[in-house]
Design a protein around this ligand. Structure first.
Ligand code: PLP
Length: 441
């Protein structure tokens, strides 16, 4: 197929996610390697978002490819009730990476169904029906996960499923109150959360579901003591704490799982994306021993044809091994430090940069019209002139590939990126921010 025909067919026959279909302009991808992908004219694009923050180990990882091929040669599929080496190995590896309190894994196809099944498991275990999740959150777009999601991507699913209750994230930068310390902010958010739970009836709340670090809504890093405080509230009322690590997990934040940055142990962890880096789709729900044991004599009423798909689990085993063998966390520490320094310089230099938030290789640049008033560069939910799309387009022209959300640009490169590559790419970002300073504010 010619590249022109590939694009033509895409536009004619494919319904593309999260897009108006009339004006699509997809890049036909010919090949990819490391942190780069190429079109058919040989143009090289730098992936500064790890695709959808899932391609943590970059393109063309031979170990993962070989593991998939080896599994293809053995067998491609058997159903969930059969034991396979790939599934048994991966489940053990994941449980060994988690705190001692963790017991078992239920495998899913991706992140949304991991969260849906986590909610089902929490409801069955507690016998309660309500679930708390946050406004500035994305947990997937299928019906159940979409109801957990707090931001506007949930709107097409409304009116929502009863029992899905929303509370606010600790988004200190945009809070109307000026907190004197992180601890003060934590106290405020926890007090409100506890109060809300009491008003909802604690005995009806099965779980609190949180992205450990809110990802696509702006890399919102919880203030000191926040997550242990949520843990305490969960313990007080017998509520399960579910950390959605679909985006933040798998070394992205400088730890294997993001919650390990915060001195807290959840009851359930959901994961996807970086477990296989997209080489084959896979997700899962890791549960504590206590939750796992409950299902020794209660029916686990969850099922997916492809739960524990052999090819996906083989990819997962290779990926998880690679994180360790290639010392990916060391690279995240090194390259993440450089990224953080550059982001701080950008915040100091550019009037349009209101805030930068970063941890490991997970970061967002929040754009404002005015640093003092914090007026966002585009109003919430109303970027009618498509300004953020224009900025992403300008970066794309420079072959810096990433995405935006509301007034934020994201820099979440593959975790194999070098310090030099970060410096080289962030010069392109600097040029675009200079344009925003001079033309848009
Ligand atoms: N949870 C979080 C935090 C995510 O960022 C995403 C996707 O971006 C999901 C869940 C949904 O995952 P999937 O698209 O694999 O269903």
């Amino acid at each position: 197929m010619t590249p022109e025909k590939i694009v033509e067919n895409h536009k004619k026959y494919v319904l593309q996610s999260w897009s108006k279909q009339g004006n699509l302009n997809p890049i036909p991808v010919a090949k990819a390697d490391g942190i780069y992908f190429y079109d058919f004219d040989g143009n090289r694009y730098t992936d500064m978002s790890s695709q959808l923050v899932n391609l943590n180990l970059g393109y063309g990882n031979k170990a993962i490819g070989d593991a998939i091929k080896e599994q293809v040669d053995k067998f491609c599929f058997v159903g969930p009730s059969y034991a396979t080496e790939a599934k048994s190995t991966l489940a053990e590896m994941i449980i060994n990476l988690l705190p001692d309190s963790f017991g078992k894994v239920f495998f899913t196809n991706a992140g949304a169904d991991a969260n849906e099944n986590a909610v089902k498991i929490a409801r069955m275990f507690t016998g309660r029906n309500k679930v708390f999740s946050r406004y500035r959150s994305y947990h997937g777009s299928s019906f159940g996960a979409g109801n957990l999601t707090g931001e506007p991507r949930r709107y097409p699913l409304e009116p929502g499923i009863p029992g899905f209750v929303k509370f606010f994230d600790p988004y200190v930068y945009r809070e109307a109150i000026n907190f004197e310390s992180e601890e003060e902010a934590t106290k405020f958010y926890l007090t409100k959360l506890r109060e809300q739970i009491i008003y909802e009836g604690p005995d009806s709340v099965a779980a609190i579901v949180m992205e450990t670090i809110t990802g696509s809504n702006g890399v919102i890093i919880p203030p000191k003591g926040y997550l242990p405080g949520v843990r305490k509230i969960c313990d007080e009322f017998g509520i399960l704490m579910i950390c959605d690590e679909v985006m933040a997990g798998w070394c992205r934040t400088g730890k294997m799982f993001a919650f390990q940055n915060f001195d807290v142990v959840p009851d359930i962890v959901t994961f996807a994306k970086g477990v296989t880096c997209g080489y084959v789709p896979l997700g899962g729900v890791a549960v504590s021993k206590k939750v796992a044991e409950y299902f020794d004599d209660h029916l686990l009423s969850c099922g997916l044809t492809y739960s524990g798909h052999p090819l996906a689990c083989a990819a997962g085993v290779a990926c998880v091994n690679y994180y360790g063998e290639a010392h990916i966390l060391d690279n995240v520490a090194k390259s993440g430090k450089v990224l953080g320094e550059i982001l701080e310089e950008m915040k100091a230099k550019h009037p349009c940069v209101g805030d930068v938030r970063y941890i490991g290789l997970f970061s967002a640049i929040e754009l404002v019209k005015d640093k003092k008033t914090k007026e966002p560069l585009v109003p919430y939910g109303k970027d009618e002139k498509g300004i953020m799309g224009t900025l992403v387009g300008m970066l794309k022209k420079k072959k810096f590939m990433t995405y935006s959300h509301e007034n934020m640009l994201f820099v979440n490169p593959p975790l194999i990126i070098t310090e030099e590559q970060i410096k080289e790419e962030m010069e392109k970002m600097d040029e675009v921010l200079t344009y925003v300073d001079s033309e848009l504010i």
